[in-house]
Design a protein around this ligand. Structure first.
Ligand code: OFO
Length: 163
């Protein structure tokens, strides 16, 4: 059964959203590099790679279902994120937004009785639980660090160890 036009368009929009996530996290990495947080910059670059992998997983799925991938423009991300805490909060808020997008895709697949897409999207539903958890824990750590240089230094080293 081929992907419906509606589903194809919605997944193409999600490819754009995942690509924007990658671009946003790369912009955040550049900000961290500019304020002397190379460890968090590394963490965000790894996250950027993960987002590209999320986009590509959708790409291959559309192709596999006989659909047509159409890439839309990616908006420019911000350059200034105010502070490390507000940047971390923005990552968390962004992941919550993406979870909402994935759930909306799932609702559409369910409404269309597209069983294959529902099963496919379960991977993303689980992934978002992990993504939100990781982002939330980092927010808590920045709150605990409270701007103390020594703690921030250790936190940066910890974030820099991400593989
Ligand atoms: Fe693709 O999960 Fe983050 O955005």
């Amino acid at each position: 059964m081929e992907l419906s036009k509606n589903m194809e368009t919605a997944i193409n929009k999600q490819i754009q959203a995942e690509s924007y996530s990658a671009y946003l996290y790369l912009a955040m990495a550049a900000y961290c590099d500019s304020v002397g947080m190379p460890g968090y910059a590394h963490w965000l670059r790894e996250q950027c790679e993960e987002e590209l992998a999320h986009a590509m997983k959708f790409y291959h799925y559309v192709v596999e279902r006989g659909g047509r991938v159409v890439l839309e423009a990616i908006q420019q991300p911000p350059t200034d994120f105010g502070s490390l805490l507000s940047l971390a909060q923005e990552v968390y808020a962004h992941e919550q937004k993406v979870t909402g997008l994935i759930h909306a895709l799932y609702d559409l697949a369910a409404a269309e009785k597209d069983y294959a897409t529902q099963v496919f999207l379960q991977w993303y539903i689980n992934e978002q639980v992990e993504e939100e958890d990781n982002a939330r824990v980092i927010v808590e750590k920045f709150k605990m660090a409270g701007g103390h240089p020594n703690i921030l230094f250790m936190l940066d080293q910890q974030l820099g160890a991400r593989e």
